[in-house]
Design a protein around this ligand. Structure first.
Ligand SMILES: Cc1cc2nc3c(=O)[nH]c(=O)nc-3n(C[C@H](O)[C@H](O)[C@H](O)COP(=O)(O)OP(=O)(O)OC[C@H]3O[C@@H](n4cnc5c(N)ncnc54)[C@H](O)[C@@H]3O)c2cc1C
Length: 459
C-alpha cells in the first residue's frame, strides 16, 4: 500500500511540502499518496502581494496565484479544497474533515501540519458579538477581495489602520494610494523593532504622505451605526472611521494538535517546534506560520512567520517526509528574522537582533547609526540611507543590521544577512567584496562604512 502523507493547509508551506514529497518519491522510486486538505478554495497564493493588489498595483487576483488547484491536481496531488479538518486523533493517526457532503474520517501515515496562523482580533473589534461592516484583518484572499471592494471607490474615506507592524504600514500605503484619509494607530510605535532614529524616519515619511500617525495609541471602542463602523475611540478621542484595518498580530493555528504533543514540541508562541527537516514528533511534521524555527543568532526557538521560511521549510519537509532525514539532500537551517518592506519611497530592512533583544541575552553590545547615500552623491539616483549595525564586544560578532532609506536601501540587509548566516564578524562585513558603480552604490559601500565604524569602535 502507498504511504499516506496527509497535508493540512494548501498555501505556501503545505503545497511546497506536497509538491516536494511527490518529486522526492519519484526520484527515489517510493510509492506515496499525497493528500492535501484546504478549507478555502484557494491554493499557493501570495498573501504578501495582497496590500499591492488592494493599492491597485496588481490588476487581477489571478496574478497573485502561483499555482491553481487544477495545476496541483494535474501534478498528482489529491487536493481537496473546501475541506476543513475539524479534529485530529494523533494516536489513531486520523483526522475528521468536513466538506460540502459532511464529515469524513481520513487516515494517514504521516501528518504535515501547515495550517498557517490567524489574526489576533482584540475584543473591541466585536462590539455586538460580530465584526461590523468595514472592520476586518487582511490574512487571506477573501479578505483581500473585501479590502479591494471597500477601498477601490471614488469617495474619499476615513481609513484607520490599527497596528504599526509591516502589514499595518503596507495597508496604510494602500489606503493612501487609493486617495483616502489615513490614520495609523500603533500601540508603541511604528515598526517597533527598529532603532528609534530609524523608526522616526519611517514615521516622518508616513506623515509627509498625509498619514496621521499616532504612537502609544490605546484603542478603546468602535462606534457602529446600522451595522457599519463609523468611528474608533482612541485614548478618549473619537476618530472618524469608515474602515478599520485590524493588523494587531497573528497566532499559530495549532489548537487541533497542540495538546496531543509533548510540551517540548510546542513553543510559547503556540507554534510547533519543527526541526530542520520539519519533523515535530512521531508522525507529525510542521512548516510555515504554524511553526517556530531556530534563530540563527541566538540558537533559541523563535516565532518568525514569513513567506520566505514557509516555502523553504515546506520544501525541506517534503523531501524528509519521504526520504527520511538521513537521506535528505537539504534541510532548513533556521532564520534571522530578515524582513524588508516600504512605505512609498521609504524602504525598510532589518535582519538579526536589535540591541534590546541582544541585551536580554546578556550580550555586551556596541551599535552605531551611520547615515550616507544609496549612490554616489553626484548621481541623481542618490537617496539618503541610515544604517544601524549591532555587534558583540569581545567576539566582534555581527548581531544585526537595520536599514531605512530611499530606493535601493532595503535589500542591502541581504549582504548583512549572509554574514549573519555564516556567523561572521563586523570586520567580515566591512571588508567583503561588495559591488560598486556610481548610480547604485558608493565606492565605500555605505553598509560597509557602517560596519567599519563599529569595527573601529570595537578597537
Ligand atoms: C498582508 C500580508 C503580507 C505579507 N507580506 C509578506 C512579505 O512581504 N514577506 C514575507 O516573507 N511574508 C509575508 N507575509 C507572510 C506570509 O504570507 C506567510 O508567512 C505565509 O503565507 C505562510 O504560509 P503558510 O502556508 O504557513 O500559511 P498560510 O498562507 O496561512 O496557509 C495556511 C493554509 O491552511 C489552511 N487551513 C488552516 N486551518 C485549516 C484546517 N483546519 N483545515 C484545512 N485547511 C486549513 C488555510 O485556509 C490556509 O490556506 C505576509 C502576510 C500577509 C497576511
Amino acid at each position: 500500500m502507498s504511504r499516506r502523507i496527509l497535508v493540512v493547509g494548501g498555501d505556501a508551506a503545505g503545497m511546497s511540502a506536497a509538491n516536494q514529497a511527490l518529486r522526492t518519491a519519484e526520484h527515489l522510486g517510493e510509492d506515496v499518496l499525497v493528500t492535501v486538505l484546504e478549507r478555502t478554495g484557494h491554493t499557493s497564493y501570495s498573501a504578501c502581494g495582497m496590500p499591492y493588489w488592494v493599492a491597485g498595483d496588481v490588476d487581477d487576483v489571478s496574478e497573485l496565484i502561483a499555482r491553481t488547484p487544477e495545476q496541483h491536481r494535474a501534478a498528482g496531488i489529491d487536493l481537496r479544497t473546501g475541506t476543513e479538518v475539524v479534529s485530529v486523533d494523533l494516536a489513531a493517526r486520523s483526522v475528521q474533515a468536513r466538506d460540502g457532503d459532511g464529515t469524513h474520517r481520513i487516515e494517514f501515515d504521516e501528518l504535515v501540519w501547515a495550517t498557517g496562523a490567524s489574526p489576533v482580533m482584540p475584543a473591541w473589534t466585536r462590539p455586538d458579538g460580530a465584526l461590523p461592516h468595514g472592520v476586518l484583518p487582511l490574512n487571506d484572499l477573501d479578505e483581500g477581495a473585501a479590502w479591494l471592494a471597500l477601498l477601490a471607490v471614488d469617495e474619499q474615506l476615513d481609513v484607520v489602520v490599527v497596528g504599526g507592524g509591516y502589514i499595518g504600514v503596507e495597508m496604510a500605503e494602500a489606503a493612501v494610494r487609493r486617495g483616502h484619509r489615513v490614520t495609523l494607530l500603533a500601540r508603541s510605535r511604528v515598526l517597533k523593532g527598529l532603532d528609534t532614529a530609524l523608526g522616526d524616519d519611517v514615521t516622518a515619511a508616513m506623515k509627509e504622505a498625509g498619514v496621521d500617525v499616532r504612537a502609544g495609541a490605546n484603542v478603546q471602542s468602535l462606534g457602529v451605526a446600522a451595522g457599519r463602523v463609523t468611528s474608533i475611540t482612541v485614548d478618549g478621542e473619537e476618530v472618524p472611521a469608515d474602515a478599520v484595518v485590524v493588523a494587531t498580530g497573528i497566532t499559530p493555528n495549532t489548537d487541533l494538535v497542540r495538546d496531543q504533543l509533548p510540551a517540548a514540541a510546542v513553543g510559547a508562541s503556540r507554534g510547533l517546534r519543527a526541526d530542520q527537516h520539519g519533523h515535530v514528533h512521531g508522525h507529525v511534521w510542521a512548516a510555515g506560520d504554524c511553526a517556530e524555527v531556530r534563530h540563527l543568532v541566538t540558537g533559541d526557538w523563535a516565532y518568525l512567520p514569513l513567506g520566505t521560511h514557509a516555502n523553504k521549510q515546506g520544501r525541506a519537509l517534503g523531501e524528509a517526509v519521504v526520504a527520511g532525514p538521513e537521506r535528505s539532500r537539504w534541510s532548513f537551517p533556521g532564520a534571522l528574522g530578515t524582513v524588508v518592506t516600504r512605505f512609498e519611497g521609504c524602504e525598510v530592512g532589518h535582519t538579526g537582533l536589535a540591541r534590546g533583544e541582544a541585551e536580554l541575552l546578556g550580550l555586551d553590545v556596541v551599535e552605531l547609526v551611520t547615515r550616507g547615500t544609496t549612490a554616489s552623491g553626484y548621481m541623481p539616483e542618490a537617496e539618503p540611507i541610515a544604517i544601524k549595525v549591532t555587534a558583540e564586544r569581545g567576539t566582534r560578532r555581527l548581531l544585526g543590521v537595520q536599514v531605512v532609506g530611499g530606493a535601493g536601501a532595503a535589500k542591502r540587509v541581504d549582504a548583512a544577512a549572509a554574514v549573519l548566516h555564516l556567523r561572521g564578524t563586523v570586520d567580515d562585513l566591512a571588508w567583503m567584496d561588495l559591488s560598486y558603480a556610481p548610480p547604485l552604490a558608493t565606492a565605500w559601500e555605505v553598509l560597509q562604512v557602517a560596519a567599519r565604524r563599529v569595527a573601529e569602535r570595537l578597537g
